[in-house]
Design a protein around this ligand. Structure first.
Ligand code: 16H
Length: 253
């Protein structure tokens, strides 16, 4: 059902539906802008390179809050043969998630806010001797055009939100997250006719940023070891999944 739309009559177009803002529109706008600002910041002092493999570089900054590890993580990668839209689309879409995620027991959509924004409820695998974690977050996909000539930037943001359909049931603990995947498409040796662009001309520059609070105490060493192992594993597995899935499909710009 449409709840926040207005129907107006216009002299030339007839009846028109004007879609109103949903309750999270302002928050989403603010968080998206924060990420776009933060993404251009390069890693400097305080950031440790914790994994490097081919084009992939994973950095983290060690931060604790009341004895709880909340290390920010930043990953850069370049992937050949795919566009930023393809990477973001496969990350955002619910239907592919369990094919590349290895740290989840389940995922479900509990609300659709608009065609680009949904709310997920997820149960995370228990990987440490602590309570199981769950998460409830809005997930928003967006395309940002900088100019007519340049390829647009695509991004997905996952951000924790409370929801009546997802009450916190102890002993389960809720993760608090602010995660962004931001992608740019590079076209190498562009053919004169854009129609002739092939996958071999494409390169996607990916930035993944994760700020995750475990929501309760977990041994620091344990969390840091899990993070150091799982983030690079996720980036590798997810990006090769997208390369495999798109190889024989038309390019999604
Ligand atoms: O981003 C990833 N997956 C998204 C899609 O499933 C969800 C994710 C998210 C995570 C938590 C809460 C909300 C949303 O954005 C890929 C995630 C890959 C995770 C690698 C494991 C990282 C483990 C680090 C420990 C963090 C503290 C947890 C302590 C219990």
């Amino acid at each position: 059902t449409v709840t926040n739309a207005t129907v107006v009559s216009t002299p030339h177009e007839g009846n028109l539906v004007i879609q109103g803002k949903h309750r999270l529109a302002n928050e989403i706008e603010r968080i998206v802008q924060e990420h776009l600002q933060y993404v251009r910041e390069s890693v400097s002092h305080g950031w440790d390179l914790i994994h490097q493999e081919g084009e992939m570089k994973v950095y983290r900054r060690e931060v604790e809050e009341n004895g709880i590890v909340i290390d920010p993580l930043k990953c850069f990668h370049t992937i050949k043969g795919v566009t930023g839209h393809e990477i973001c689309r496969y990350f955002w879409e619910y239907q592919y998630r369990m094919e590349w995620e290895t740290t989840l027991d389940s995922t479900k959509i509990i609300e659709v806010l608009d065609p680009d924004t949904v709310i997920f409820f997820q149960l995370h695998k228990r990987v440490w001797p602590a309570a199981q974690r769950d998460s409830c977050f809005w997930s928003h996909i967006r395309c940002i055009s900088n100019s007519e000539e340049d390829q647009p930037t695509w991004l997905v943001v996952n951000y924790t939100t409370p929801h009546p359909l997802a009450p916190i049931k102890s002993p389960q603990v809720r993760l608090v997250a602010n995660v962004a995947l931001i992608c740019e498409t590079i076209i190498n040796e562009p053919p004169l006719n854009p129609q002739d662009i092939k996958r071999e001309n494409l390169e996607c520059k990916l930035t993944y940023v994760a700020l995750i609070n475990p929501g309760g105490w977990v041994p620091s060493v344990g969390v840091r070891n899990v993070a150091k192992r799982e983030y690079p594993r996720f980036i590798k597995r997810f990006t090769s999944y997208v390369v495999d899935q798109t190889r024989d499909k038309p390019i999604l710009f």
